[in-house]
Design a binder for this molecule. Structure first.
Ligand code: NAP
Length: 245
């Protein structure tokens, strides 16, 4: 099928990178169900995206496996199919390893990694039956390289790579693709809260010497969601100004 008319679910969609992913997929002609835990942002996000008929937001805590499965079932009941799943929701709870609490370790793993498994399992059962679909997982430069103060986050994002490659290998025979995008240092509220010293260190590591924009990530996701990438699966695409080589 063509990209126009595809049905997409994007998690962590109310702001930041997720919102820009919604914009790109809508622009490609897809119907987008944006999900987020923060429903206070929905009205603003819908307005920012131009209030198209092909967009709806739903509240979901992606760590709730049963609720995630119910949401996917409901989207398929309403629209008849699910073509694209973007597992984008993510959080940070940074701290040095020796001082990191069990709670911060577990929460980051649950939001960033467990959720992607829940969503992928729920969507895959329909994609396999349809003989087609594209799952895109949001990894990170930290997941490829590790990052001081981010044991939980880096482990979750490295886990996303293993999940991506395994999903791709299990589902390739059914024409269901799975890829990951690994952003570098992107200008969103997630990075806005970092101290200037941390920003300076990050900038010094970027060959292009500038932070990325949410749209830079969203355009890569649009490509992976599209049939333009129909022979690409099990890949991790870095969008990071040249940091990872
Ligand atoms: P962001 O601006 O913090 O937005 C993340 C969104 O996800 C927020 O709306 C957040 O809601 C929502 N969310 C948090 N927990 C959730 C849950 N349990 N269920 C559903 N939604 C939840 O983040 P971002 O910078 O756009 O990052 C998006 C993704 O890219 C993340 O996976 C992140 O790890 C990854 N990434 C970002 C960067 C970067 O430099 N920004 C770099 C590499 C990778 P709240 O408002 O309630 O928090």
């Amino acid at each position: 099928m063509t990209d126009a008319g595809k049905i997409a679910i994007v998690t962590g969609a109310a702001r930041g990178i997720g919102r820009e992913i919604c914009r790109e997929l809508l622009d490609a002609g897809m119907t987008v169900v944006g999900v987020d835990i923060n429903d206070a942002l929905f009205a603003e996000a819908v307005k920012a995206l131009g209030s198209p008929q092909t967009l709806e937001f739903r509240k979901l805590d992606v760590t709730d496996s049963a609720a995630f499965e119910a949401l996917v079932d409901d989207v398929v009941a309403k629209y008849g199919r699910i073509d694209v799943l973007v597992n984008n929701a993510g959080i940070t709870r940074d701290g040095l390893l020796m001082r990191m609490s069990d709670e911060d370790w577990e929460l980051v793993l649950k939001v960033n990694l467990f959720s992607a498994f829940y969503g992928t399992r729920a969507a895959a059962k329909y994609m396999v039956r349809q003989r087609g679909g594209s799952i895109i997982n949001m990894s990170s430069y930290s997941g490829r390289e590790g990052n001081r103060g981010q044991a939980n986050y880096a482990a979750s994002k490295a886990g996303m790579i293993g999940l991506t490659k395994t999903t791709a290998k299990e589902l390739a025979g059914k024409a269901v693709r799975c890829n990951a995008v690994a952003p570098g240092f992107i200008e969103t509220e997630m990075t806005a809260v970092l101290p200037q010293q941390a920003k300076d260190i990050a900038l010094s590591l970027i060959p292009m010497k500038t932070m990325g924009q949410p749209a830079d990530i969203a355009k890569a996701v649009r490509f992976l969601a599209s049939d333009d990438s129909k022979y690409i699966t099990a890949q991790v695409i870095s969008v990071d100004g040249g940091m990872h080589t």
